[in-house]
Design a protein around this ligand. Structure first.
Ligand code: SAM
Length: 273
């Protein structure tokens, strides 16, 4: 049996293992087990060009954890809407939040069916966390989804997390409009986190990896920093603003992750006044 056939047999129903999936390629870079031959082929093509590519994935995950700690620990947030949440991996949003307050409510949203399968299994007995399959390009459906309505009180502050998501949303699908619709749906005191692949202009270090991502991942769009900054329109940036991943409220782990490839992505958190 070929590896691909073996993977196809092992795949949960509804999951197409022959088409690479963003969630599963990312899972591979984070040393997860929920990836298949087609995903590993994409990941390997990236690693062939930039052997340290996984650093970026790990640094993105790390900044997400730091932001959740800040949001629960310092900003008093007790509700999360994590869109493009990805496969469950070590240090999920609900785990980090629950270390500080176990009553924190989390809605995970992803359009990849594998996330729903694994999320449901992981969260079967969890009363404060739920996973929803929906498309970020239709925020209204997410906000009006029964599970979102049951889990979140949209009259109280919510942290909307768009970590590693908007660079998978093409211009024609209006990423700025998506961010604005989510911003408008939540009350004052809510927060928006965005991490995003950044086009730094001519950059001999990141150019090959950006070219490989564009070639291998359909719908991948890295954007200039000033374009990403516009996604926070109407919000107040939380210090230190929109910066490279390891510069966002670094802890010891972030300092260890300091690497020139970090120029590849930016992170920003903002508060709705
Ligand atoms: N947010 C996690 C993090 O930062 O660690 C995972 C990021 S992962 C790189 C991007 C995720 O966005 C994938 O799980 C992918 O399936 C999801 N995604 C991409 N396009 C989407 C869309 N239109 N609607 C919902 N999810 C989407």
């Amino acid at each position: 049996m070929t590896e691909l056939n073996a993977a196809r047999e092992a795949a949960p129903s509804g999951v197409d293992v022959n088409t690479p999936s963003i969630a599963r390629v990312y899972d591979f870079f984070l040393d997860g087990k929920d990836n298949y031959a087609s995903d590993r082929e994409v990941a390997q093509a990236l690693l062939d060009i930039v052997p340290e590519a996984a650093i970026v994935a790990r640094a993105n995950r790390a900044v997400l954890r730091r932001a959740v700690r800040y949001l629960v620990g310092e900003a008093g947030i007790r509700q999360f809407l994590d869109i493009g949440s990805g496969l469950p991996t070590a240090g999920n949003v609900h785990e980090i939040a629950h270390e500080i307050d176990p009553d924190t409510r989390v809605v995970y949203v992803d359009n990849d069916p594998i996330v729903l399968v694994h999320g449901r299994a992981l969260l079967a007995d969890n009363k404060t966390t739920v996973v929803v399959q929906a498309d970020a390009r239709r925020p209204r459906e997410i906000l009006e989804h029964e599970a979102t309505r049951e889990m979140l009180d949209l009259d109280r502050p919510v942290a909307v997390l768009l970590a590693g998501l908007l660079h998978h949303i093409e211009d024609q699908d209006d990423p700025k409009g998506i961010a604005a619709e989510l911003r408008d749906a939540v009350p004052s005191g809510s927060h928006l986190l965005i991490t995003h692949f950044c086009d730094p202009g001519d950059d001999p270090l990141t150019d090959p990896m950006r070219a490989a991502l564009r070639a291998k991942m359909s719908g991948f769009v890295d954007r200039r920093r000033e374009v990403i900054a516009e996604f926070f329109e109407g919000l107040e940036m939380v210090s230190p603003g929109l910066v490279h991943l390891h510069e966002w409220r670094p802890d010891a782990e972030a300092q260890e992750q300091d690497h020139p490839l970090q120029r590849f992505m930016v992170a920003g958190l903002a508060r709705k006044p």
